[in-house]
Unconditional design. Structure first.
Ligand code: GLC
Length: 433
């Protein structure tokens, strides 16, 4: 390099340093002198959401961020099984100072999270008129000891999907009882109209308990009475419910792999035309409407034992605010935004989920797009909560283990349910003391 150029460069260094120092000072001025407006930085509030839903919620999150430049809402993608997400939130609370200001909560987490003191009481944020706007099951599922800890966003209820084209072709009405479902399945399979009759969630996870609640209710049984803590798992009705599930596999109407399926695996089989019946949640409706079986299926309440009534498991997701959140007011703004009818409506129209706001079931735009909403409302009105007890996660874990043993043929339904009942009683009596 010629000397003159080097000299020029060296001469430039003090000038650069000078401007860097001036720049830093200018940037710090508002902080040093606490100039209003300048010192206010945007606060980040984050929450974990199952991957599919995080993507579906993204447009609303972007809208929120545009409307609230002072808040930066971040959705962090989590695994797809509800209990895996629950474990992640639980671990973050146990470690203290959870990084999540908000908790996107499954309805079954409320008693545990509230009893542990991990959530803020949201009761005073809502007026009595606002409580009235939501489906009672969704409000009830957000309460613990008379206080609201989870604000409802979207509702959920289990139902039976069926291929009405195939049923019509074979001259059948949709089934009402377990027995009819088995008979129709076998006949349609024999006629070569579908490979499988019935697909459900048999993997050992929360979805198995949710699905079982429906078969249990349809058999006239119960799991745990939340008032008396009585356990009904070893009663004849519960054993008959397990027997029905096992029969679907031994009679070949359900694939052996059903014992490893969660919602998504079972949805795919239905969409690919491989099965006549499917048990799943309402989110499947709009996805299946863009699949090879579009226009060929309907929904109805779950089948049941003769002389018993149908059971739908109440599911759903809403928002809690972490007790340790440093930005509870910003977090509440997020909750308010997602709860309002306008946001729910956008989410429902785009993704086919079920709103928690009652008025949306008669919204002309929603009904025009989803004509199954009246049926859905009927199913939701009769939906049953899984036992709302603080020990729910452990109780469900016990049930999942023994159900899995029974449906994979490693234990008889009687033995499995006797053991599940005994362990559940132990759990409830120990934690009751
Ligand atoms: C759905 C329900 C939820 C349930 C889960 C089980 O997401 O909304 O309540 O626990 O499925 O897989």
């Amino acid at each position: 390099m010629p000397l003159t150029k080097l000299q020029k460069k060296l001469r430039g260094i003090p000038t650069i340093a000078f401007w860097v120092i001036i720049g830093c000072w200018l940037a710090l001025l508002p902080v040093i002198f606490n100039v209003p407006g300048f010192s206010q930085q945007s606060v980040t509030v984050s929450l974990l959401v199952r991957a599919l839903e995080a993507q579906q919620l993204q447009p609303l999150a972007q809208e929120f961020n545009q409307q609230h430049p002072e808040i930066n809402l971040q959705l962090i993608e989590a695994p797809s099984d509800t209990n895996q997400v629950e474990d992640l939130y639980t671990a973050s609370f146990l470690l203290g100072n959870s990084p999540y200001d908000l908790v996107f909560m499954d309805i079954v987490w409320t008693p545990k999270f509230a009893a542990a003191g991990w959530l803020k009481d949201l009761s005073s944020y809502l007026s009595p008129e606002e409580f009235e706007k939501f489906l009672p099951g969704d409000i009830q599922g957000g309460m613990y000891q008379g206080k609201l800890y989870r604000a409802p966003f979207r509702s959920d209820a289990g139902m039976l999907y069926y291929r009405d084209d195939l049923l019509t072709q074979a001259g059948y009405q949709p089934p009402e009882t377990f027995k009819e479902l088995i008979t129709i399945s076998q006949d349609l399979q024999q006629q070569g109209l579908a490979e499988w009759g019935y697909v459900w969630q048999g993997k050992q996870y929360e979805g198995l308990s949710a699905m079982f609640v429906e078969v249990l209710q349809g058999s006239g049984g119960f799991w745990v009475n939340p008032e008396t803590l009585e356990v009904g798992l070893d009663r004849p009705e519960a054993i008959a419910a397990v027997q029905f599930l096992r029969d679907t596999i031994t009679t070949n109407i359900s694939p052996p792999g059903v014992t490893t399926y969660a919602e998504e695996e079972s949805r795919r089989l239905f969409e690919n035309g491989k099965t006549v019946f499917l048990r799943n949640w309402p989110y499947v409706y709009s996805l299946a409407s863009n699949s090879p079986i579009a226009g060929k299926f309907s929904i109805k309440p779950m089948v049941h034992q003769e002389n018993k009534s149908s059971g739908a498991c109440q599911g759903g997701w809403g928002f809690g605010i972490s007790a340790t959140s440093k930005h509870p007011e910003s977090a509440w703004k997020v909750v308010q935004f997602f709860m309002k009818e306008e946001s729910q409506k956008k989410f429902v129209l785009a993704n086919g989920y079920v709103p928690s706001a009652k008025s949306l079931f008669n919204d002309p735009e929603i009904v025009a797009k989803y004509d199954h909403y009246p049926t859905l409302l009927k199913i939701l009105e009769n939906a049953a909560l899984r036992p709302p007890i603080p020990q729910y996660a452990q109780a469900s874990d016990i049930l999942q283990r023994y159900l899995s043993a029974a449906i994979t043929n490693t234990m008889s339904p009687e033995t499995a349910m006797q053991k599940a009942a005994a362990e559940t009683r132990r759990l409830l009596s120990v934690s009751d003391q």
